[in-house]
Design a binder for this molecule. Structure first.
Ligand SMILES: [Zn+2]
Length: 424
């Protein structure tokens, strides 16, 4: 056995010497350079890579590797390699040239799609969308008879507009709830309202994700508003258009009121547009771009294709993304300084950045403007999570108990259990 292990060790050593040797670096570099000079850029890449494996700092190999990448067909793998070279820790001509080429390639890939709000469309750092081959999406209506017929008609019309405005979105009705991609249900409105100051939503969409796989989108409509009045055809139609945008994967909101995916419930007093709405150019370009990016969560696990866009190349690193979100939420707060939701969103960005001091300060602001039970709950829940992350369990427990007194949900009980476990 020992002899065998020694033998194995020697074999590994010999292989390592061959592949990691200066000889290997030069041999593969020359081979790559030959192919490069013949205009065979794609074929040259593996030899440059072998050369760089043997000598990762090879100045010429790095430079011509970037040249070959920028001349090769910009498939997914090429985009990824070029981006990685642009982010390389080695500061040389190659990484500088890669940065220039990344900008050029981004510009080229975004041709015709540059008017978008893709940063807001993501779910945190995740890119969530359906596999394009899964269209038409299967839609199941639960108890359609519990609402007036025009509710269903209006929702179906909204689906039609999404299909007609794109060349890939499609829906089909099914009778089986479990196999449905989109599960639509109608719910009684139990919210109570006092007088004029009544803020409510008409519908909401929740993704059902398990183990990074999108199982289903649940779209819940309220049957009536809190005053027990039915919604109009226009309200249902406009709401359905917007919520369908979420079911397709646009998880956030546009910051432009001209867009369908602008958040109406964030705007003042649930103001509905009196006219039928439609998707803007920005809404459509955002959706098309989303469906070109490689998803991190989809209904198919590990979805891969050389035709996808490499997300970082398009939307930048996590740092760039968070910085953009930070700016957006700050400008939102400037415009609507008395909306709790703006501060809650801002706090979540600080949390992603790991800046917990700013999270707590921003949540204090949110609390001042929190009006609804949900808003007050979310402020205290997030505060508890933040203290938990800071390992200040006593304070975490206090905030969690306040949240629980506002709304007793399973999620808060789970959090309390976690805090108690951590405390011991
Ligand atoms: Zn929305």
């Amino acid at each position: 056995m020992r002899k065998f292990l020694l033998f194995l060790f020697l074999v590994v050593l010999v292989i390592a010497l061959i592949y990691k040797s200066p000889f290997s670096a030069l041999y593969n570099y020359n081979k790559a350079k030959d192919l490069y000079q013949q205009g065979q850029y794609e074929q040259s890449l593996p030899y440059f890579e072998k050369s760089l494996f043997a000598d990762s700092k090879g100045f010429l190999a790095r430079f011509f590797y970037v040249m070959a990448l920028s001349k090769a067909e910009p498939k997914y793998s090429v985009q990824k390699k070029l981006y990685e070279m642009s982010e390389s820790k080695i500061d040389d001509e190659a990484s500088r040239y890669a940065k220039v080429q990344v900008r050029r390639l981004r510009h080229k890939l975004l041709e015709g799609l540059d008017s978008n709000y893709i940063h807001n469309a993501l779910m945190g750092n995740d890119i969530l969308r359906w596999n394009i081959k899964s269209f038409p999406l299967k839609v199941y209506f639960e108890n359609p008879d519990s609402v007036p017929e025009y509710y269903i008609d209006s929702i179906e019309k909204a689906m039609m507009l999404w299909s007609n405005s794109t060349n890939f979105v499609n829906f089909t009705r099914v009778d089986d709830k479990n196999s449905a991609d989109i599960y639509i249900k109608f719910k009684d409105n139990k919210k109570e309202c006092k007088g004029e100051q009544c803020r409510f939503v008409t519908a909401y969409t929740e993704p059902n994700i398990s183990d990074k796989v999108l199982k289903q989108m649940t779209l819940t409509f309220y049957k009536t508003n809190p005053l027990n009045k039915g919604f109009t055809q226009g309200e249902i139609y406009n709401t359905a258009l917007h919520e369908l945008g979420h079911t397709l994967g646009i998880m956030g909101h546009s910051d432009n009121p001209q867009d369908l995916m602008f958040s109406m419930s964030d705007s003042v007093n649930n103001k509905y547009y009196p006219f039928a709405q439609s998707m803007s150019k920005r809404d459509l370009q955002t959706l098309v771009l989303l469906y070109r990016l490689k998803p991190s969560i989809s209904n198919v696990k590990g979805l891969e294709s050389e035709t996808f866009y490499y997300p970082q190349l398009i939307i930048g690193s996590d740092d760039v993304r968070l910085q953009k979100k930070l700016e957006e939420y700050k400008s939102y707060i400037n415009e609507y300084p008395e909306m709790a939701s703006g501060y809650v969103n801002l706090a979540s960005v600080y949390s992603d950045m790991g800046d917990f001091e700013s999270v707590l300060q921003t949540l204090d602001k949110a609390e001042i403007y929190a009006q609804t039970v949900d808003e007050k709950y979310i402020v205290n829940y997030n505060r508890a999570v933040t203290y938990y992350n800071l390992q200040q369990y006593e304070k975490a427990l206090n905030s969690a108990k306040i949240a629980q007194s506002i709304k007793n949900e399973q999620s808060i009980q789970d959090l309390i259990n976690d805090i108690l476990k951590a405390k011991d």
